[in-house]
Design a protein around this ligand. Structure first.
Ligand SMILES: Nc1ncnc2c1ncn2[C@@H]1O[C@H](COP(=O)(O)OP(=O)(O)OP(=O)(O)O)[C@@H](O)[C@H]1O
Ligand code: NI
Length: 349
């Protein structure tokens, strides 16, 4: 694991823009998954060094402030969902975490999320301070109770002072564009897009100041995508902060105030959305935008590297059209700051 590449102070200054204090500050966060059986690991510890670990998140730093929608984008498998799960203490037992993630609590002391005891995460964080729209939302609903019953239950658990939980559940359903009759249906009776909206409503049940939405628009048609992301933008306008993990760059373009681009476990660029979409700095960002239907619609050639065998420097050079002969570079892959943008050190091309 490399050293922290962005100092604490710069992280605090780091713009993800605006002057308001961050609701969430992530500093040099790394996640490793250990592979294989423990006994085999011991026997082959030396030989397997570097092969028996998935480098899922590496030295990730960012701040999320009130009013911001930070879109986290990058190809499948680059570490986006693991990052979100790590923040909420939802990683499996084979995960090791490093770094810090500090969550503000308007009613109390800040919470250090990484390594927080489960009662803190369950009692203070999940649903209350941070609402999560999980990826593959359907698998998070129980099949034996109606969507409405589960939403009412979430409201009861997270906001016990609410006198009419059913009325609040219906208001949440309206807010996310969920038809009332869907509340009386079981999850398997609902379309993927409708289940997705149930999940968004559940994430909002505790009125959390921070929302982590992992692919919240999967399975939705374009009008519902727009409606869902507009609703997330509205939450940000009301002073909340949203981390929007998405493959849908058009949706990110529509609502993101800032964009973080992830490649092979690292952030390679963070910038205000308007600047990133009009002038991407990292070649990978440029290629992601070119892959869009309203870009050149050019798929990115090649594949990301295996996360069990990452190069020590820039992981992108082997796919980078800017590097003649695809010569791998060994530069420090840390982010450098230019104005209010951050971009991974990259060889001058
Ligand atoms: N429990 C685990 N053990 C080992 N490796 C894991 C584990 N969970 C996730 N990974 C690996 O971590 C990497 C990052 O996965 P992650 O789900 O965060 O990707 P993602 O960017 O969210 O992809 P997608 O866009 O497809 O959702 C992947 O290579 C994945 O296989
Ligand atoms: Ni994911």
């Amino acid at each position: 694991m490399s050293d922290q590449t962005v100092s604490d102070q710069t992280v605090h200054d780091q713009a993800v823009g605006g002057q308001a204090a961050p609701l969430l500050t992530v500093e040099a966060m790394s996640v490793r998954f250990t592979l294989g059986r423990p006994a085999a690991r011991r026997v082959f510890a030396r030989r397997a060094a570097g092969r028996g670990e998935v480098h899922a998140v590496t030295d990730v730093s960012f701040a999320l402030r009130p009013g911001q929608v930070l879109a986290l984008v990058g190809e499948s498998g680059c570490g986006k969902s693991v990052l979100a799960s790590a923040l909420l203490g939802l990683l499996p037992a084979n995960a090791r975490l490093r770094g810090r993630a500090v969550l503000a609590d308007p009613a109390g002391a800040p919470v250090e999320l990484l390594g927080a005891p489960e009662p803190v995460l369950a009692g203070r964080v999940r649903g209350r301070l941070v609402g999560l729209v999980p990826q593959s939302a359907a698998t998070h609903l129980t099949p034996v109770r109606t969507a409405g019953a589960q939403l009412v239950e979430a409201v009861r658990a997270l906001r016990p002072a609410v006198a009419e939980p059913r009325a609040l559940a219906e208001a949440l359903a309206d807010r996310v564009g969920l038809p009332r009759q869907a509340l009386d249906s079981y999850p398997h009776e609902l379309s993927g897009g409708t289940v997705q909206r149930v999940a968004v409503a559940m994430a909002l049940a505790g009125d959390p100041p921070v929302v982590l939405a992992d692919e919240p628009t999967t399975g939705l048609d374009r009008p519902l995508v727009d409606r869902t992301v507009d609703m997330l933008a509205e939450l940000a306008d009301q002073g909340r902060a949203v981390l929007l993990i998405t493959h849908d760059l058009a949706a990110a373009k529509r609502v993101a105030t800032h964009v973080a681009v992830m490649y092979a476990s690292r952030l390679v660029e963070i910038a205000p959305a308007g600047q990133l979409f009009t002038e991407p700095w990292h070649p990978y960002t440029g290629m992601l935008l070119d892959a869009l239907p309203d870009g050149a619609f050019t798929p990115i050639p090649g594949h990301p590297p295996e996360l069990t065998a990452l190069p020590s420097g820039c992981a992108f050079c082997r796919r980078c059209p800017d590097v003649p002969g695809y010569a791998p570079c060994t530069d420090d892959p840390g982010l450098i700051r230019v104005g209010d943008r951050w971009v991974a050190a990259h060889p001058p091309c």
